[in-house]
Design a binder for this molecule. Structure first.
Ligand SMILES: [Zn+2]
Length: 73
């Protein structure tokens, strides 16, 4: 039932992956990783500038990507 997103897809800078049954779960699984070093933190902070989306818009888009993604085997 779970789906997987990469760190990079979530606005991070590496290829680590996070899985969950909901996008919220993926965000929770990724949160500690994202806060673990400055490169990730800086990337997250810079995301609004890069994407032109505010957090709500980004979350809505990622939720749609989550819905569209195939489930893991
Ligand atoms: Zn990462």
């Amino acid at each position: 039932m779970s789906k997987t997103f990469s760190c990079r897809e979530l606005g991070g800078v590496c290829d680590e992956t996070f899985s969950g049954n909901t996008f919220d779960q993926i965000m929770q699984n990724g949160a500690r990783h994202m806060m673990a070093d400055d490169a990730h933190k800086a990337s997250i902070m810079d995301m609004e500038k890069r994407t032109g989306e505010n957090k709500e818009q980004w979350m809505a888009r990622m939720q749609r990507e989550f819905d569209a993604r195939a489930e893991n085997e």
